[in-house]
Write a protein that binds this ligand. Structure first.
Ligand SMILES: Cc1cc2nc3c(=O)[nH]c(=O)nc-3n(C[C@H](O)[C@H](O)[C@H](O)COP(=O)(O)OP(=O)(O)OC[C@H]3O[C@@H](n4cnc5c(N)ncnc54)[C@H](O)[C@@H]3O)c2cc1C
Length: 372
């Protein structure tokens, strides 16, 4: 049987980043993807993802700070430009469930520059936003956009350059703990690995359940819509920041990016379905709700042009899991609960460190395995 130091399950953003860091460190690594590389059935396809340090909890701010260093390193090593910095705003209605003070104190604690703006200041600075009164706005200049598909392709290409053995259209059927490591049973035959990184997102429990280690996951089909403004110029990345509306219902969006459209979505659509039940058909009612919201916040955004579906696998409290399975320490899980893309190269490095060193140089103690 072939033998590897580390096997990675799943070649979305997180698995691709883990394979890249493992191979770059010289480990003998094999990685499996059940579909074609770059497929649209998971969470890592399409163009843009928001990157930001702006979170209401310091552990995520600190991980984001690390991630910016890893993005810079990846861009330098690959020669690819993956981030576009636009600045970013988080809108927080004062009577809503999220407090601007949580954001400002977390940013302050971690030394990230920010501005707290009132609606008048927002409207003066970005007249494109029709922000109502009663909204506090946290601005951070470091926010921006990661190109999702290009990032994943770059990570896979660089992983291969560093010697990773990436096997697409190869499904991992089970992971069987074996001595210090595990046997990985796949549709293309079995391999032995000293460590296994499970970066399977919505499919994670199909592998963990037989090990008695399932994680509660809330899985749903998400959707994002591209709107076509009559005049894209004022909505360009040099004129409009990325934005997040944090209320009972959360929305987010982007300036134009590579095409004369602006993209927006609702975060957590509650359109629940398992991966094998995905329809890939956008919900009309979610589309209407989004168009109404975006038309109010950015009146010049224009009509909807197209809608793309995606997938969330949410852990309890949307907390990351970056940890070994307690009963099977050779098996390490990476789950990012629908907000992980901005951390991609850092999470790949952390998972590689957990596999090769048994610990990470980042403090990931708050991203442990959830108790059943
Ligand atoms: C609409 C949308 C918008 C988002 N916006 C943002 C944002 O603005 N900012 C941000 O930071 N994050 C954002 N996210 C979240 C981010 O994109 C995800 O956290 C991240 O892409 C998850 O990556 P992943 O590799 O864990 O999952 P996936 O991309 O789903 O990859 C998992 C892979 O594992 C493979 N796999 C599973 N089981 C097996 C098996 N048994 N054998 C072989 N292969 C297997 C799957 O086929 C899949 O390719 C967004 C997500 C969505 C859906």
């Amino acid at each position: 049987m072939e033998s590897f130091e580390v096997a990675v399950v799943g070649m979305g953003a997180m698995g691709s980043a883990a394979a890249y860091h493992l191979a770059r460190r010289g480990a003998r690594v094999v990685a499996f993807e059940q579909y074609d590389l770059g497929h649209v059935r998971g969470a890592s396809h399409d163009t843009s993802r928001i990157v930001r340090t702006s979170y209401g909890a310091p552990e995520y701010v600190r991980l984001a700070q690390s991630a910016y260093r890893d993005w810079a390193d990846l861009e330098q090593e690959s020669g690819e430009r993956l981030l576009t910095i636009t600045g970013g705003v988080v809108f927080l209605p004062v009577d809503g469930p999220y407090a601007a003070a949580d954001f400002t104190s977390a940013l302050q604690e971690c030394g990230v520059p920010y501005e707290l703006l009132n609606p008048e200041q927002v409207r003066q600075r970005w007249p494109q936003f029709g922000v109502p009164d009663g909204v506090e706005t946290v601005y951070t200049e470091d926010s921006g956009i990661a190109h999702a598909a290009r990032t994943v392709a770059t990570l896979q290409m660089r992983a291969r350059v560093h010697g990773a053995d990436i096997r697409d259209r190869t499904s991992v059927e089970s992971i069987v703990p074996d001595g210090d490591g595990a046997i990985v049973r796949t549709s293309g035959g079995d391999v032995r690995a000293g460590r296994v990184i499970v970066a399977a997102d919505a499919w994670t429990n199909a592998l963990l359940e037989p090990l008695g280690a399932a994680i509660p996951l809330d899985i749903m089909q998400e959707q994002v819509t591209y709107f076509r403004p009559a005049d894209p110029e004022p909505l360009g990345p040099d004129r409009l920041p990325v934005w997040i509306w944090e209320d009972e219902e959360c929305y987010y969006g982007f300036p134009t990016y590579g095409e004369p459209t602006v993209k927006a979505g609702r975060d957590v659509s509650e359109n629940r379905m398992l991966p094998q039940e995905r329809s890939f058909v956008p919900s009309d009612s979610l589309s209407r709700e989004l168009a109404e919201f975006v038309g109010g916040l950015i009146p010049a955004s224009g009509p909807a042009l197209r809608t793309v579906t995606c997938q969330y696998a949410l852990t309890p409290n949307r907390r990351f899991v970056l940890a070994p399975v307690p009963q099977h320490p050779a098996i390490i899980v990476g789950l990012t609960a629908g907000h992980g893309f901005k951390f991609t190269p850092a999470i790949g490095r952390v998972l590689a460190e957990l596999a090769l060193d048994g610990e990470s140089t980042d403090d990931v103690s708050s991203f442990g395995f959830p108790s059943p």
